[in-house]
Structure formats: structure tokens, C-alpha cells
Design a protein around this ligand. Structure first.
Ligand code: CP
Ligand code: NVA
Length: 361
């Protein structure tokens, strides 16, 4: 099996398809262990990790904490440190590397994540930067894998779906072929240049999927990452394309994925993004236009499917919208696997912690 001990997870570009599939299989096994076992494991016993958060988080922070604790690892949640203010990233990295066996970083700059990796001497995991969100994508792939294997929420493929069937112990995860994602069409609709979209595009290219970035042309991905991933897809039988036409783009899609129109740090762009993207809201018409009864709806969360939050109410009152990137109807529909996806953040983060840090594995 691939040896990932000591490795960083910075963008996902640095991982091969074989390594990604291995991480998914390991995460599925750890998920099964969690759902069937009664005791905590010790795969990360005597390890300490530091969780550095410069931006807000619910899922990523909690997933790291629970994943670590489940396997015997201590965590420190670090906010409000000197980093980048009174102390350089390099010096911070050297200090944290003396205390900890691994560091998670969430913040704006990808360069901070890379500097921590360069100078800490321990594995660094990117918990979201403006450029990439690789741990999210591992959870998304595990969710897609479960869906392809088990069918929709009711388990139409004949097996109970362990992601949703809480009443029965899940079956052990089966051995899956290396081409499990090949030919699967995933449409990302919305801000296709954001961290989640770009990271999904990277995974799709490596795994031979058909990835479509659906948005007005002004929001299409561009530059090296697009051309490199289009090249990478040629070698795996996948395709990476951009479209502004909803009907043709979504036809045949097994997955419709969206994210907020305005990411953390872009708050000045609300007005512009609403104008650019209001015709690209995921609604039931879009879901039906896939012509795929089993199509799944995915979202990394948090979501503006209803506008009942503080920020949501401001947008509702100012722009007269009921929802933004996805309607409440789709979000709550049978197609939606968003909470399976959120759960899988924890199992896949556990997978990456064990693979890159455990002495017992
Ligand atoms: N999806 C995700 O990263 O969620 P949080 O921002 O809550 O961590
Ligand atoms: N694109 C979003 C993802 C949040 C998990 C953001 O960066 O805010």
C-alpha cells in the first residue's frame, strides 16, 4: 500500500490517483470501525496536533478534533497567536514543529500553509485557503463513492447505505476497483474559481471524471491549474470543460455540486456575484434537466439555502431573494447528500491523520 507517513496535504495536486483511492479506502475502513466499535482506537496514541484557524469553521475544526480524539491524539486549537503579526510564519513553524506531530492550517494565504510545511518538520494539512480545500474533497469523494456503490439514500443498488442507514450496522466496505470514478460526470455550478471548485477539478482530472465548470464566462477557472488539469485528464480518460449553458452542461450529470457565491474574505463582492450567478441557482428544474433519476446534490456547507441567518437576512432584505446558490427544496430533497458529506469530513480527516502520522499503521 502507498506509504504516506510524513507527507503534507497542501493542494491534492501532490497526491497520485492511487494515493487518493488508498486514503478513501482507509477512511471507509475507519468509518466502519467507528460505526461498529465501542472503544476508542489508539492509532494516533501519544500524538499531539495543532489546529491553526485564521478563518471561521464548524466542520473542519470539529472533524479534526473528533478524528484525533477517536484515535488517542491530543489537539490544540490555536487562534489569536502571534503568527504573521509579531512572529514570522517560518519561526512559528519551527516552534510548532518542536511541540507537535502535525499541523492543520486554515487561512487566506496558500503560501502560509506551504511555509509551515517547509519549516515545521511535521506533516501540514491544508484545512482551507483561498486557493484550495483538499480535505473537503476527500470527504466529497468518499460520499460519491458510497453513492455509486449503494445507490440513492434508500440503497437502490440493493445494499443498505451506511451513510444514511443509522439503525443497522453497516456492512464492511467492499474492495472497490481503481476505476471506480471513471466516466462519472460532475458539474460544479457557481463560483468555479473558488477553493472547493478548483480542488474538485484536480481530483476529477486525476480520477478520470468528466468535470464541468458551469458559470458565466467571467467566473470560469483560468491559468495554469486549468491547463494542467486538462492535460492530466487526457491521461486518465477524463475531461475538464467550462460552460455557461445550464441545459447542455447538466445533462447526464450524476453529481450537481455548488458552494456559496461569496467565499470567506470576499464579502465586498456580494452584489456583483448575485448579478453574475442568479441564473445559476441550483433548483429542481436544474436537477430534472440532468435526466438522471439518481443524481445527487452536493455542497461543502455552510449554505445559503434559506436566508434565516444573520448574513442571509441582510441579503434577503437587500436583494429580495429567498435562497441563493441552492433552493431550500433541492437542499432538503432526496437528491441531497449534504449531511452525509459533512459526516464524511470526520472519517476522511481521520484517514489522512492516520496515513500521514500513525506509528501503528
Ligand atoms: N465545509 C467546511 O469546510 O466547513 P467549515 O467551514 O464549517 O469548516
Ligand atoms: N468557498 C467557501 C468554502 C467554505 C467551506 C469559502 O472559502 O468560504
Amino acid at each position: 500500500r502507498p506509504q504516506l507517513k510524513g507527507r503534507h496535504l497542501l493542494t491534492l495536486k501532490e497526491f497520485t490517483a492511487e494515493e487518493i483511492l488508498y486514503l478513501l479506502d482507509l477512511s471507509a475502513a475507519l468509518k466502519h470501525k467507528k460505526k461498529t466499535g465501542k472503544e476508542r482506537g489508539d492509532l494516533l496514541a501519544n500524538k499531539n496536533i495543532c489546529l491553526v484557524f485564521e478563518k471561521d469553521s464548524t466542520r473542519t475544526r470539529c472533524a479534526f478534533e473528533v478524528a484525533a480524539y477517536d484515535e488517542g491524539c491530543m489537539t490544540t486549537y490555536l487562534q489569536g497567536s502571534h503568527t504573521g503579526k509579531k512572529e514570522s510564519i517560518e519561526d512559528t513553524a519551527k516552534v510548532l514543529g518542536r511541540y507537535y506531530d502535525g499541523i492543520e492550517f486554515r487561512g487566506a494565504l496558500q503560501s502560509v500553509c506551504e511555509t509551515l510545511a517547509q519549516h515545521s518538520g511535521v506533516p501540514v494539512w491544508n484545512g482551507l485557503t483561498d486557493a484550495f480545500h483538499p480535505t473537503q474533497i476527500l470527504a466529497d469523494l468518499l460520499t460519491i463513492q458510497e453513492h455509486l456503490l449503494y445507490g440513492n439514500k434508500k440503497g437502490t443498488a440493493g445494499l443498505p447505505n451506511p451513510a444514511t442507514n443509522a439503525s443497522a450496522p453497516p456492512p464492511p466496505p467492499p474492495q472497490l476497483p481503481a476505476d471506480r470514478f471513471k466516466g462519472v460526470k460532475l458539474v460544479f455550478v457557481g463560483d468555479t474559481r473558488n477553493n472547493v471548485a478548483i480542488s474538485l477539478m484536480i481530483a476529477a482530472a486525476k480520477l478520470g471524471m468528466h468535470y464541468v465548470a458551469l458559470a458565466p464566462e467571467s467566473l470560469w477557472p483560468k491559468g495554469d491549474v486549468l491547463t494542467h488539469m486538462q492535460e492530466a485528464a487526457k491521461a486518465t480518460g477524463g475531461t475538464i470543460s467550462c460552460s455557461a449553458d445550464v441545459a447542455s452542461a447538466v445533462k447526464g450529470a450524476k453529481i450537481i455540486y455548488t458552494d456559496v457565491w461569496v467565499s470567506m474574505g470576499e464579502e465586498a463582492l456580494w452584489e456583483e456575484r448575485i448579478q453574475q450567478l442568479r441564473a445559476y441557482q441550483v433548483n429542481m428544474d436544474m436537477i430534472k434537466a440532468t435526466d438522471e433519476a439518481d443524481v445527487i446534490f452536493m455542497h461543502c456547507l455552510p449554505s445559503f439555502h434559506d436566508l434565516q441567518t444573520v448574513v442571509g437576512r441582510q441579503v434577503r432584505d437587500k436583494y429580495g431573494l429567498e435562497s441563493m446558490e441552492v433552493t431550500d427544496e433541492v437542499f432538503r430533497s432526496e437528491h441531497s447528500v449534504v449531511f452525509d458529506e459533512a459526516e464524511n469530513r470526520m472519517h476522511t480527516i481521520k484517514g489522512i491523520l492516520v496515513a500521514t502520522m500513525s506509528d501503528k499503521f
